[in-house]
Design a protein around this ligand. Structure first.
Ligand SMILES: NC(=O)c1ccc[n+]([C@@H]2O[C@H](COP(=O)([O-])OP(=O)(O)OC[C@H]3O[C@@H](n4cnc5c(N)ncnc54)[C@H](O)[C@@H]3O)[C@@H](O)[C@H]2O)c1
Length: 432
């Protein structure tokens, strides 16, 4: 890869790290066949020629491959971090030195630097934004609403970001279309179910080296992510109990063969508890008081509020210590409870988050959504919009192709039958 002669404007930790970063980016690229396929097409067709795209995502090797893809489609890309702690400095350096991107991201940057970096992107006059948490698009709306109204639109990667953008919309202040990438079907399946399902257990295993087979694992929350965690735990040989507050989800869990019961009842039975509800105080004093000696507690929800750590500390008094780097033991009378990764999101705190193969699907959606916003310029209303079904299906099709999986194509007669409103065969029961 030829080095870019004039590095673009940037704020990265150390450009000399670029070699390591490039190796890391290439390794991730090897696990991202869908994005590679899209990149090859965009490089041929150049649909993003001259379009300014501002991206606020975790600055990782996977994100670098999205940046690379958009640049090969002709876009001018500027990037800042969606979280001050997730930046891979070597990747940031390689993006500047090898891929000519404007990058403003340093691992461990202060809150002030973080804000400056977002501001650098806000003033870069983007036509399209790509967000993970909506920092970029909400800052543009607050500081430069007239620019927001000129934008082709943006995309959003997370639930938390969509909540903020929907808040803007509810206030009547959203000025451009935002595509809810987080809610695409392909994203839900891959990111939440398979990505979080696997990486949550990965984090727990790295922190503890536990044998899962034969244990009773309690999964609190049976949403998109909880389903994945429960499925993987059962696959590893554990008995799984699900706790829910939604009767539909609880019923689904029961019909899947899991034990379903209130958290207070599960508290007495579990060896390992995993919260993944998006709510708060899901495990608190009354649960801790019932748990068995040696029980372990982990959280895979976004915020570290699901396990009431303050209540745990209060119960234990001073009787607590780190028994492993990410395992804290709390003594409550003659019982010991173990909290993993301080109650923070365990797949990121104790492992590496989602595998590149999962981000392949997310970022394939992102790349196609950016292309769509450009091609639909001026035609989309300033609302939060679903990812077009065609994009979702194209991502799934490309993923199947990468996996070497083929599926059937309906015949003309089947297509006609499926599209007919009457249904049935001529002469069969006709309820019309
Ligand atoms: N760790 C990761 O990588 C990762 C990835 C995706 C989502 N998340 C986070 O995981 C959380 C859940 O996300 P999701 O997409 O599965 O949401 P979801 O809304 O699909 O599911 C959450 C489920 O929890 C249930 N619930 C709420 N309060 C409960 C309680 N007190 N007890 C038991 N069940 C309860 C809800 O009824 C719902 O079925 C969110 O915080 C989300 O941000 C984490």
């Amino acid at each position: 890869m030829a080095r870019v002669r004039e590095p673009p404007a940037h704020a990265v930790a150390d450009l000399s790290l670029a070699g390591d970063g490039l190796a890391r980016i290439d390794w991730a690229d090897g696990q991202m066949p869908v994005l590679r396929e899209i990149r090859a097409r965009l490089a041929r067709e150049r649909p993003l020629e001259g379009v300014r795209v501002a991206i606020c995502l975790h600055v990782t090797a996977e994100t670098a491959n999205l940046v690379r893809t958009l640049r090969e489609g002709g876009a001018e890309v500027a990037l800042c971090a969606a979280n001050p702690l997730s930046t891979q400095d070597d990747v940031a350096a390689a993006l500047v030195a090898d891929f000519g991107a404007r990058v403003y991201a340093v691992r461990g940057e202060t809150v002030e630097q973080f804000a400056e970096h977002v501001a650098a992107l806000v003033t870069s006059d983007p036509a399209v934004t790509v967000d993970d948490g909506a920092d970029l698009v909400t800052t543009i709306h607050a500081a430069r609403p007239e620019h927001a109204a000129r934008m082709l639109g943006g995309t959003e990667e997370t639930t938390a970001g969509l909540l903020r953008v929907r808040g803007l919309e509810a206030d009547g202040r959203l000025r451009c279309p935002i595509l809810a990438v987080n809610e695409a079907q392909s994203e839900r399946a891959f990111n939440d179910r398979y990505g979080t399902g696997q990486s949550t257990l990965d984090g727990i295993l790295r922190a503890t080296n536990l044998l899962l087979a034969g244990r009773t694992i309690v999964v609190l929350g049976y949403g998109w992510t909880g389903r994945g965690v429960a499925q993987r735990a059962r696959g590893a040989g554990a008995s799984v109990i699900v706790c829910e507050i939604d009767p539909l989800r609880a019923l689904e869990a029961r019909m899947e063969g899991y034990d379903v019961m209130p958290a207070l009842a599960a508290a007495e039975r579990g060896d390992l508890f995993i919260t993944v509800t998006g709510s708060r105080d899901v495990l608190t004093t009354e649960h801790f008081e019932r748990m068995k000696d040696g029980a372990m507690l982990a959280n895979a929800g976004h915020f570290d509020l699901e396990i009431d750590v303050a209540a745990l500390e209060a119960l234990a008094g001073g009787e607590q210590r780190d028994v492993l780097p990410l395992v804290r033991e709390f003594r409550i009378g003659d019982r010991r409870l173990h909290l993993l990764a301080h109650g923070r999101v365990v797949n990121l705190a104790a492992a590496q988050g989602h595998p590149a193969e999962v981000m392949d699907v997310s970022f394939a959606n992102q790349a196609l959504c950016v292309e769509y916003l450009v091609s639909a310029a001026g035609r989309l209303p300033p609302h939060v919009l679903p990812v077009p079904d065609g994009i979702d299906r194209e991502v799934a099709r490309l993923k199947l192709e990468a996996l070497g999986v083929r599926i059937d194509v309906p015949t003309a007669a089947q297509r006609e039958y499926l599209g007919a409103w009457r249904g049935g065969e001529p002469g069969a029961a006709d309820f019309g």
